[in-house]
Design a protein around this ligand. Sequence first.
Ligand SMILES: CC(C)(COP(=O)(O)OP(=O)(O)OC[C@H]1O[C@@H](n2cnc3c(N)ncnc32)[C@H](O)[C@@H]1OP(=O)(O)O)[C@@H](O)C(=O)NCCC(=O)NCCS
Length: 202
Amino acid sequence: MSPPPTPAPPAAAQASLAGADLREALRLAAAGERAARATAAEAGNPGWRIAPMRGADLVAVRAIDAAAFPHNPWQTGGYPAAMARRGAYVMRLADGTVAGLHVVRSDADVLHLVQLAVRDDLQGLTLGRWLLRWGLLYANETGASRAVLHVREDNARAIAVYLAAGLHVSRRIENHYETGCRAALQMEIVCGAHAPAAGDGR
Ligand SMILES: CC(C)(COP(=O)(O)OP(=O)(O)OC[C@H]1O[C@@H](n2cnc3c(N)ncnc32)[C@H](O)[C@@H]1OP(=O)(O)O)[C@@H](O)C(=O)NCCC(=O)NCCS
């Protein structure tokens, strides 16, 4: 099968990238697209799709962020910067509204799962599991050897989702956060040939 066409970056972003940076952004964009298609296929016509975050999504994204992380909403420039490096994705419902977000950062052979959240009225419906699944497939697509994240030690729901996806706790970090529960768990998973099996499709 021939490879899918590489999505063209927005003109403004293209203008700010050149040479190797542009090639890397295009490579990551293509990986994100392939991972999105694979996630939707695994989920089986789910009524949502995972797509690159756009400027028009930022109001909804920041509302989801503020509700999900009331003690430490992400800094103002975080999402635009992640969009520019092709690491910001949303889960979009059929009516176009944003149900959740996942921000990742590719660093050599490690994929950092930076920010994951589901709109609060849609939590508990498996959307977070599929957003995470997209991140793990993206890690495989980019050739990362492992995917890594940090989670507050008292975030039982998120930890349950990560454990169910095959991540394990690799270390505990005292005073990682400045507010609330300050201890973080670092969780990670080996990617590529040792990637986790597909979700059970619920
Ligand atoms: C964490 C988050 C992304 C998960 O997304 P979600 O769509 O709510 O999660 P899912 O529906 O896919 O899965 C929820 C799972 O958590 C489990 N769960 C729910 N509440 C739980 C709790 N208090 N303790 C343990 N497990 C819990 C459910 O049983 C379910 O597992 P199951 O499907 O095996 O029964 C979402 O809840 C969220 O955005 N939370 C706020 C932001 C956040 O904490 N992000 C992670 C930062 S590291």
